[in-house]
Design a protein. Structure first.
Length: 498
């Protein structure tokens, strides 16, 4: 039965499209080709007219937009058109347009883009409207919009046809306007602090700067495999070596990994680096970026995310990874000093160690954190002093060489960013790269590669440097109360329907 309904719906769609093409053919035969119109001079948007009604009442305006509704009543009609800022009604009559133009207007379809010139007035019901003197068809819609009372509700179809989603669901457009404002505000904060915005290559001969499985492509002229970047880090730190004190980049990175409500194969990262600073400075600027952006864009630092009340104002909790585990479980890894002890404890607690390369005290600490602690971190929290085994680019802690000066940002049980006091010892960095290479040879596809040129850069000399990375899409999800990362990406990655 369901298949028959789908066939009937497809036939209906094909018939509707056939009728619209016939209308287009008729227009062309009459010498009226809407696709050849190259410019239309509009004077106002729908919002400008509504916001300035007292000033514009009785005056002529010209608007343009998509027909979203029509009500034909013999010699007079009403229609609603939608532009980038909302909808406005127009009254269209045969007396004002003339018989030929009014007949042409009646042939226009829902979804067609038209221009209207006329004077501003209010209807008897008080609705601000335009009394049309002239209607111009600017673009013919050959494919019908979804049925108006139900709109585009199918989530999968909304992501695949974002252009229709934006037309039918105005709140979606609002989300992406907020996205633009959020990114703009982050730029403003960093530029105030004299960070220089830069661009670094997307295609690289080495995959590095993070632990992730890369996308691989091939450069035909050079006949070499290349990697889409998984992070911005190494090239940005090369620029610090080169003499810039503060740099940042907001750009796409690519990771060939699983997809879920928090992960898309391509996503937007902010990474920033500041010479002569450390991870404590990075905590401070993180609080400022989150709190100021929320205040500027939403008007408050107090937000609700998926039913949880969150306060992004500065003063976030700061706790070491080991202490956070002790706080939740009572287990103190300061009293567990060998890999063997840590692995035995993991087995006792039924924590699965994926392979032999992860049978280290540091990896087990990370697994305990993931299992027991992360989900408990609702209010903004800095978890710091990460094990060296899982932090190949961070400087070792002065208090304990088994740890690094690294933190991650957690809100509502999710990670939002990562930061280090950057490792600037070329000998130490080389040894850590070697361990990553060994793990890669052993089968870990997410392990990093040896970057000889980056080692050479460190040998030239990287000053003490603080670095920070923030997942922009997750931050936008937080501020827009979005359930899925796909809700804040215009065009999320989707499996082809065929």
């Amino acid at each position: 039965m369901s298949e028959n309904n789908n066939v009937e719906q497809e036939l209906d769609l094909n018939q509707l499209m056939k009728v619209r093409r016939e209308k287009l053919d008729k227009l062309k035969q009459e010498g009226k080709e809407p696709y050849k119109i190259t410019k239309f001079n509009r004077t106002h948007t729908s919002k400008q007219i509504k916001d300035n009604y007292e000033e514009l009442e009785g005056k002529d305006v010209t608007v343009a937009g998509r027909i979203m509704a029509k009500r034909i009543m013999g010699k007079a009609s009403f229609c609603h058109i939608q532009d980038s800022e909302g909808k406005i009604q127009s009254y269209v009559s045969i007396n004002e347009l003339g018989e030929e133009s009014y007949k042409a207007f009646k042939e226009d379809d829902i979804g067609d883009i038209i221009g209207i010139t006329g004077f501003v007035f209010k209807t008897k019901t008080g609705e601000i409207s335009i009394h049309a003197k002239e209607v111009t068809l600017l673009s013919k819609s050959l494919r019908p919009l979804p049925e108006k009372f139900h709109g585009l509700k199918d989530t999968d179809l909304r992501y695949r046809q974002r252009y229709v989603d934006l037309i039918m669901n105005p709140e979606v457009k609002d989300t992406f306007i907020l996205r633009s404002k959020i990114i703009s505000n982050i730029r403003k904060i960093l530029e105030e602090k004299e960070y220089l915005e830069v661009e670094t290559p997307i295609l690289n001969t080495i995959s590095g700067g993070a632990t992730a499985r890369p996308f691989i492509t091939h450069h035909n002229t050079l006949d070499i495999d290349m990697y889409l970047r998984i992070a911005l880090e190494l090239n940005l730190k090369r620029l610090i070596v080169g003499g810039y004190d503060r740099v940042f980049e907001i750009g796409r990175v690519f990771r060939n990994e699983g997809m879920d409500i928090r992960h898309n194969p391509e996503f937007t990262m902010l990474e920033l680096y500041a010479a002569y600073q450390d991870y404590n400075d990075m905590m401070n600027i993180t609080e400022e970026i989150f709190s100021r952006t929320a205040k500027e864009v939403l008007g408050t630092t107090k937000i609700t995310y998926q039913g949880q009340d969150i306060d992004l104002a500065p003063g976030w909790k700061r706790i070491t990874m080991i202490d956070s585990i002790k706080e939740v479980t009572g287990i103190d890894f300061n009293e567990i000093n060998t890999d063997e002890e840590a692995v035995a404890l993991a087995k006792e607690k039924n924590i699965t160690i994926p392979d032999a390369t992860k049978e280290t005290r540091g990896d087990v600490i990370s697994m305990f954190f993931d299992e027991y602690v992360e989900k408990t971190l609702i209010q903004p929290t800095f978890i710091y002093d990460y094990p060296v085994e899982i932090s190949p680019l961070a400087k070792k802690s002065k208090k304990d060489p088994r740890l690094t000066e690294r933190f991650e940002i957690f809100i509502c049980g999710r990670e939002y960013g990562n930061a280090f006091s950057e490792l600037n010892d070329p000998i130490d960095q080389y040894e850590r790269f070697k361990k990553q290479v060994e793990a890669r040879i052993a089968g870990d596809e997410e392990a990093g590669m040896m970057d000889e040129d980056y080692i050479q850069a460190l040998e030239i000399g990287l000053p003490p440097t603080g670095g920070l990375g923030i997942g922009i899409d997750r931050f936008i999800m937080l501020l827009t109360d979005a359930t899925s990362i796909r809700d804040v990406l215009f065009f999320p990655t989707m499996k082809p329907l065929n």
